[in-house]
Design a protein around this ligand. Structure first.
Ligand SMILES: [Zn+2]
Length: 299
């Protein structure tokens, strides 16, 4: 079947892979870009990328969690299965979804938004909801989101929906235009906030720290694989909370799908037919789009 293989370069190949379900659409994530650039090491190589996707199961559009787990280890038994000791992530440890068909355990599958394209961003939306859950936000708080990529924009949309005053800071004019068109308030000169989300995909922890109030919280969402500098003294004396978060667990997926629909995430998506995958990756790397989604059915 047609497969986008990463073996140091991205190639469209006819792989010998098989699968039970047709893949409908696949999003390109910052983690994919970090793996291509080499800062985030894939644990299988060569690798089929793709961990944000929609697929068709029994005539229905579904989305999928990304962690294949053992259900028996300490973490799984405590209900923390996204931290399973034997966790294998689709598109990172195992071949991902950038191919025509895929087989998956049924426990990973959830209902989509009704659209194959927006269903491909339910996974990152669930990850945003996981972060918001861990941050324990309340509507009277003020938040700054650093980053004009999909996680930044979706974080800002969700926090606004929850009633917080939210400002978003980014660098890219085209992406900021999309954010503003989606109703978000953009700032160039942030002040200080109860909550700062670091979703730049780069090294912006110090910047986040410079804008958080004493006793404030920083949500760390970038997974670029680089080491970063941190003023630990400021964290200590100002009693700052740093909160990391990863994928959304199963109980957040239905909410993620309905929010993806309500918040019109299609407004931040550009769709590329599969044969134009190189354009899609290039546009993401050059930050010309907020979110690129490959339509696997359009030839
Ligand atoms: Zn486990």
């Amino acid at each position: 079947m047609k497969t986008i293989l990463f073996d140091g370069e991205l190639k469209l190949v006819d792989s010998g892979l098989e699968g039970d379900y047709p893949v409908l659409a696949v999003g390109i994530c910052g983690t994919d870009i970090s793996m291509i650039k080499g800062s985030y090491k894939p644990r299988k190589f060569p690798l089929v990328l793709g961990h944000e996707f929609s697929l068709e199961v029994d005539g229905k559009i579904k989305t999928s969690e990304i962690n294949i787990v053992d259900w028996t280890c300490y973490y799984c038994r405590k209900g923390m299965y996204t931290h399973c000791s034997n966790r294998k992530a689709i598109g990172i440890d195992l071949d991902g979804a950038m191919r025509e068909r895929i087989s998956l355990p049924s426990y990973l599958l959830h209902n989509g938004t009704g659209s194959p394209i927006t269903s491909a961003v339910v996974e990152p939306m669930a990850a945003v909801l996981r972060m918001v859950e861990l941050l324990r936000v309340s509507p009277e708080e003020e938040a700054l989101v650093l980053g004009d990529g999909p996680l930044g924009i979706m974080s800002a949309l969700v926090l606004s929906r929850l009633g917080l005053h939210v400002e978003l800071k980014g660098r890219n004019k085209e992406r900021l235009r999309v954010a503003m068109d989606m109703g978000l308030q953009v700032t160039n000169s942030p002040s200080s906030y109860d909550i700062v989300i670091e979703a730049t995909g780069g090294n912006a922890v110090e910047e986040a720290l410079s804008h958080v109030k004493p006793m404030g919280k920083i949500g760390l969402k970038s997974t670029h694989g680089m080491d970063v500098k941190l003023n630990q003294t400021k964290v200590a004396v100002e009693e700052i909370t740093l909160i990391g978060s990863r994928c959304g667990p199963f109980y957040l997926w239905d909410k993620a799908a309905s929010l993806a629909k309500e918040l019109h995430v299609e407004d931040m998506i550009r769709v590329y037919p599969l044969p134009r995958f190189r354009d899609a990756f290039r546009d993401v790397m050059e930050r010309k789009v907020v979110k690129a989604v490959l339509d696997m059915e359009r030839k």
